[in-house]
Design a binder for this molecule. Sequence first.
Ligand code: NAD
Length: 485
Amino acid sequence: MTYPTQPTASHFINGQYVEDTDGTPIDVIYPATGEVIGRVHSATPAIIERALDAARNAQAAWAAMTGTERGRILRRAADIMRERNHDLSVLETYDTGKPYQETSVVDATSGADALEYFGGMAATLTGEHIQLGEDWVYTRREPLGVCVGIGAWNYPTQIASWKGAPALACGNTMVFKPSETTPLCALKVAEILYEAGAPAGVYNVVQGLGDVGAALVTDARVDKVSLTGSVPTGRKVYAAAAAGIKHVTMELGGKSPMIVFDDADIENAVSGAILGNFYSSGQVCSNGTRVFVHRDIKEAFLSRLSERLAHAVIGDPQDPDTSFGPMVSERQMNIVLGYIAKGQAEGARLVYGGKRLDKNGFYLEPTVFADVRDDMSIAREEIFGPVMAVLDFEDEGDVMVRANDTEFGLAAGVFTRDLARAHRVAAGFQAGTCYINTYNDAPVEAPFGGSKQSGVGRENSKTAIEHYSQLKSIYVRMGDLEAPF
Ligand code: NAD
C-alpha cells in the first residue's frame, strides 16, 4: 500500500533520511485493517551514535543564533505544517487509526500551534539584571544542550512537536524517538523543520523500542529527557536519567475524575463525558474515565449518554464522516477487552457497548459501565481505551475524597452551574490540569502536565521554557575586592 507523504527511510539524522537494515524490523500496521503498510528498522548502536553526534555537533551553532532567527525557522515550520495539514492528517490516521475527522483538526494543527507559539517566544527569552548597590548580577538564560524526546503512540505528530518546539526555541537540539507502534509522523516533523531552515542535526528522529529509548536516556551526551508514556515506563526513565543527574519532563498516565453535580447542564455534561472518554477511541492520557454522577440525575445522564453514543459513526477512519475509529493495535485492543471482562466479573453494570466489532481492524464499541465502585479495577487502573466508569455520589465532600483517592493526578473536571462550587472543587482537585464545564482542551498557551505519579514538569505555555533552559548567574563587582589575608 502506498499513501501520501510516506517517509522514505527509518531515521532522520543530520538533515537526511538514513536507513540501517541491520536494525530489528518493526512493522507499521494500519489499525483500521490490520494490514502491514510499512516497515522501519530499530536504530542500531551505530544509528544511535550518529544521531547523538549530530545533535551534539549542531547544538553550539544553533544556540549561537539569535532567538529571532531560531524563531523564524520554527514559525516557517508551523506554516509548512499547516499547508500540508491534509497529507499529514492522512498519515496520522494511517499511523494511529484515529479518524481523519479528528486528525485534520487536532494533530498537525496543534503541532503547528506549538511551533508558532515557541517560535514567537524565542526572541523574548532573556535573563535579568539584579542590582546589588554598586555591584550587580545578571542572569543568562541558556539552553540545556542535547534533549531526548520519547513519545507515546496516541499523538505522534503532536508529541514530537510539543517537545521539539520549546527545546529548539531555547537553543537545544533534539533526538526524538517515537513509539514503535506509530513510527511515521515524527519523521515528517523532522523533515519539515529541516525544510524550514533548521540546520542539519538540530532535530533528529530514530526508531526503536524501549531499549533504544534506554540507550538514549543513559548516554552522557544527553542533558535532558522528556518522556510521554505510562507511569511504569516513567519510573524506569526517571531513574535512568537520575543516574546522570539529567533534567526530566515526565508526561505520564492518568485515571482522572469528572464530577457531574445535580445542577449541571446534562447535555453539556454528556458532551464532556463523550469528549473525555471516547475521543481518539479513549486513548487520551487526560481522559476523565471516572465519571462521578450525582445520584439524582444518574439515570437521566445515562439514558442521554446512550442515546448520543448510538450516533457515533464507527468505521473507515479516512472517511471524514467517521467519528470513532479503531484501537491503535491488537495488543491495546486485547488489554481493553480484558478490562471490559474484569468490569463485568467484578459486578459493574454494562450500560452500553462492551464488544469487539465483527470487522477487520481493531474496533471496539464505546463502552459504559454504571454502578462502578471505587475499588473495582476499572475504577483504579488506567485502561487507555473507550471504557467509561460511572460512579454515584451524593455529597460534595465525600466525592472530593474519592476523586483524589488515586496515585494519579493528571487531570480532573467538574460540571455544575454553581460558580462558587466549581472553583472550590477545582481548587480541591489533586491534578495538574482541571476543567470547569468543559473537558480535554489543551491549547498551547496553557501549561499541561500531571501531579502525583502522573508526571513531573509541564509542557506548553511560558512554563515549558523553564524546563528546556537554565539560568546562569554572573556576579559583577565594580570596585576593589577585599580579602581577609
Ligand atoms: P509506554 O510507556 O509503553 O511507552 C512510551 C515510550 O517509552 C515508547 O516510545 C517506548 O518505546 C518508550 N520506552 C519504553 N520503555 C523504555 C525504557 N526503559 N527507556 C526509555 N524508553 C522506553 O506508553 P505507550 O503505551 O506508548 O503510551 C500510553 C501511555 O502514555 C499511557 O499511560 C498514557 O496515559 C501515556 N500518555 C501520557 C500523556 C501525557 O501528556 N501525560 C500523553 C499521551 C500518553
